[in-house]
Write a protein that binds this ligand. Structure first.
Ligand code: GLN
Length: 339
């Protein structure tokens, strides 16, 4: 890539409004030429993506949406779905019960790792890796598979503000080639980590991964988490506020798989990626960020997505440990020691 050295106007921390739309357009232009990485091909349908697709969208908690590039291109949500299905499992079972079924420990392992699935632990490590996500999906309530899928789709509708559908060709592609996920689910059944019917849970997991979204949808979904669970564009509540903190915590520690530590260090925002090329990041109380570009690094994260999020975080000082971005009102209000 050649153009990443191009200068982008630094946001000014003054009363003068920084032109956010111009900023995302410059960012898009700057990273368009970054063509590192490759398409996911272990799910055959994903290899049909156009490697040039690239969009950046921001959704603020006061309902503004900034978008650039292929923002209305549809793609399957893949692992980003895990975040929202985890939220639904929290609502279905409550925090303490869910913790007995799915842990919250980061693994530092790849998303499809089978290594740590041993009999001594009666629960998968966290809901962001595939094993934990399949276990989480198996806990979604509903009297039959149709009701469970409809509940999931209704939940995603609240986050995006419109009806969503499952892409049947990607679903079938995953269903027929997802041997590793199938093996994991059956091992978990054998270890007593999940219950029958395993094939129904797998189908629901493959369906949730095959839900079609565009980059704007992802930004609004991230913006909903930033807005304590209320969709900032429709005003509709998507998730009980008590669980937003839980969701953001596992995103922060485990959302980027074996890049989670470096992501926390460099970008410092709760985030989640998917193998179709999406990344969401959440700036609590302010902003949802979404980037879509299907060229992936060796960990399954979008190359442009990681680069763009890192730059947005750095330029706006959004790292959660960056004191400029988050003045601590509690400490500000605390009595000051005598001079
Ligand atoms: N559906 C994909 C899988 O189970 C999701 C993986 C991902 O997006 N990281 O392999």
């Amino acid at each position: 890539m050649t153009s990443t050295d191009d200068a982008i106007a630094q946001p000014q921390h003054t009363s003068e409004k920084f032109e956010i739309q111009a900023f995302v357009e410059q960012l898009h232009q700057k990273y368009q030429s970054l063509r590192d990485g490759k398409l996911a091909d272990y799910i055959p349908e994903l290899a049909k993506a156009n490697p040039d697709w690239f969009s950046i969208c921001l959704a603020t908690t006061d309902g503004r949406v900034y978008k650039v590039g292929d923002f209305d291109q549809l793609f399957t949500i893949q692992s980003i779905s895990k975040v929202f299905v985890y939220g639904m499992a929290l609502e279905d079972h409550g925090r303490e019960k869910l913790l007995t079924k799915v842990g919250v420990e980061p693994t530092g392992d790849p998303f499809n790792s089978i290594i740590r699935l041993d009999e001594s632990s009666k629960r998968p490590d966290n809901p962001m890796i595939n094993s934990g996500a399949i276990a989480t999906t198996s806990l979604i309530k509903g009297k039959d598979p149709t009701e469970k899928l409809n509940r999931l789709l209704e939940m995603f509708r609240r986050y995006t503000g419109h009806d969503l559908f499952v892409d049947i060709s990607v679903f079938m592609s995953e269903r027929t080639t997802g041997h590793r996920n199938r093996a994991m689910a059956h091992l978990m059944l054998n270890f007593g980590m999940i219950d029958e019917p395993v094939d129904e849970a797998l189908d629901l997991y493959f369906q949730q991964c095959s839900i079609m979204v565009n980059c704007c949808d992802l930004a609004v979904m991230a913006g909903t988490l930033a807005n304590r669970g209320v969709n900032p564009c429709t005003g509709e509540r998507a998730i009980a506020p008590a669980y937003v903190r839980d969701i953001l915590s596992v995103m922060y520690t485990s959302g980027m798989y074996n890049f989670a530590g470096e992501w926390a260090y460099r970008v410092g925002l709760p985030a989640k990626s998917g193998v179709s090329g999406g990344i969401i990041a959440v700036v609590p109380n302010h902003l949802g960020i979404a980037v879509f570009s299907p060229l992936l690094d060796c960990r399954g994260n979008s190359v442009r997505g990681v680069a763009v999020c890192e730059e947005i975080s750095r330029m706006f000082e959004l790292h959660i440990f960056d004191s400029l971005a988050y003045g601590c009102s509690l400490l500000d209000a605390a009595p000051k020691p005598e001079a």
